[in-house]
Design a protein around this ligand. Sequence first.
Ligand code: XMP
Length: 526
Amino acid sequence: LVLILDYGSQYTHLITRRVRQLGVLSLCVSGTAPLAALEGLRPRAIVLSGGPHSVHATGAPTFPEGFLDFADGAGAHVLGVCYGMQLLVQSLGGAVEPGERQEYGKMNVEVTASSSALYGEAETGKRQTVWMSHGDEVVKLPEGFEVVARSVQGAVAAIENQEKRFYGLQYHPEVTHSPQGMETLRRFLFDVCGIKADWKMQDVLDEEIKTIQSMVDPDEHVICALSGGVDSTVAATLVHKAIGDRLHCVFVDNGLLRYKERERVMSTFESDLHLPVTCVDASEQFLSKLKGVEDPEQKRKIIGREFIAVFDDFAHKLEQKIGKRPEYLVQGTLYPDVIESCPPPGSGRTHSHTIKSHHNVGGLPKDMKLKLIEPLKLLFKDEVRKLGSILDVPDSFLKRHPFPGPGLAVRVLGDVTKGNALDTLRQVDEIFVQAIKDAGLYDKIWQAFAVFLPVQTVGVQGDQRTHSNAVVLRAITSEDGMTADWYYFGHEFLVDVVNKICNNVRGINRVCQDITSKPPATVEWE
Ligand code: XMP
């Protein structure tokens, strides 16, 4: 196991992913979590992430108390990255100061040791390009440390104390802008720490199945909310493999689904998946509770509550049928939801549920009766897709773009029940996504959708002035939804889509494209 302590860098989750890509399980924990949160874990390596702070700033995050003894006791090798390296240096008696030169972006570093743990038997003076992002720099090493690389400007770029198992990189080996970074991580994990690459999706699957079988008694039943998306479909298929037909799936039409989604999803569940699914039409129930509600947080909370009310009701009806109340609810929660819900205090990142209550983590009511089974909660989306293909989940599910639990409610800004907003959005969204499929771009894009703006603008259609709504098209590429770039379609595609929208959807006279990446924006508008 490799433990990543998060000090708030936007790249922390990338370190977690890179380690997994090398075939080693890694878990990310807030860098200021109490030591108790780490106990029981026996990491062979601990990576201290970067972070936005200076170690001298008031409130700058620091190790959990007793961390260095814990690492020593576990025999773990500790690698500090950027802020993580500076924290390590400062804590061990070295010195970090605001640098004469700040280094941001691509930079060349030069190996200064003929033999080192991090670079092996490298030629002294050998250069590599790396990604730097620091204002402070290490000016005095703690005892027993050696500089093994410097930037061409002279700043300390890599240090190590092999005897004490401490290492540091001032640059970010986890980002693709450090082309040899993966090789350095590989060397660190396999050659320095002696870790084996033995984390395989098949093992994750076997392990999860065993866990679920031991958790759920043989006479207990489980319900699963199936949305038709990748996560819940893979989660349901996995749980079905573990407990067979004691799993009961429910698909909820909450009135916030996309164009013809209910019919399409139900028919694919039947033809491709062969899972027993009940469809519940709860659209009236959701929409009546959302009437007049404008605040995005409020909307998410209401939707979370209504989902649970529907599941409770489904469980109750099932109890009458099978004579036993189901105890568990399966959810397709993913690792980014878990990480984003617990960033380190002082990291500058806020709890995501104060940004947005993802209904499958932050928005669940505290008095919920059902216990949760979340078999994917340690996985990233691409890992879930791999797991799904081992489970023979068809590509028609695995390749679907993510769709948020609160559905179109987070894409119709403001009151979703006002006028014809939901239906209008459905038509625009369908035209946009269908055009993407027709152009063969669907699999290249992480997510594409339309957003309905509660603003009316003046237009001119058929020689008449109109006063109609505006919509926004958003398409992004991403590896895991935590950071994203907007997708560049080019002129022709957009002209065609905008024409189709304005000519076919009543009530829309203006189409915009969102060209903001995440950060600073989020994927969804609410
Ligand atoms: P944001 O908007 O937070 O979205 O950048 C990141 C990813 O999460 C999806 N998303 C949600 N998924 N419940 C979900 O199940 C939610 O409340 C929710 N909000 C956002 C979003 O579509 C994107 O893929």
